[in-house]
Design a protein around this ligand. Structure first.
Ligand code: SF4
Ligand code: SF4
Length: 77
């Protein structure tokens, strides 16, 4: 089975504000000592909300647009 698709979190940029874990509509994130981790990755709907909430840019959720034989990763935030 393929790994669930989730945003990436750069814990070295995290200031432990807890916004992402508290406001995730799916409760996919939980705060640990090192920062937020995906406790239930499969529940993440990739809604991009956490990326917009994070005040330090620690969360990145790139989107891939594919047309024809070409694909390109873009970030719309
Ligand atoms: S992308 Fe949405 S569902 Fe997934 S962890 Fe972030 S806020 Fe939660
Ligand atoms: S919103 Fe950003 S800075 Fe705040 S806990 Fe989540 S990853 Fe860390």
């Amino acid at each position: 089975m393929a790994d669930p698709i989730t945003p990436s979190i750069n814990l070295s940029l995290c200031n432990h504000c807890t916004l992402c874990a508290v406001l995730c509509p799916e409760d996919a994130l939980t705060m640990r000592e090192q920062g937020p981790v995906f406790n239930i990755p499969l529940t993440c709907t990739y809604c991009l909300e956490c990326e917009g909430l994070c005040p330090t840019g620690a969360i990145r959720a790139p989107l891939t647009v594919t047309w024809g034989a070409q694909s390109e990763s873009i970030n719309l935030s």
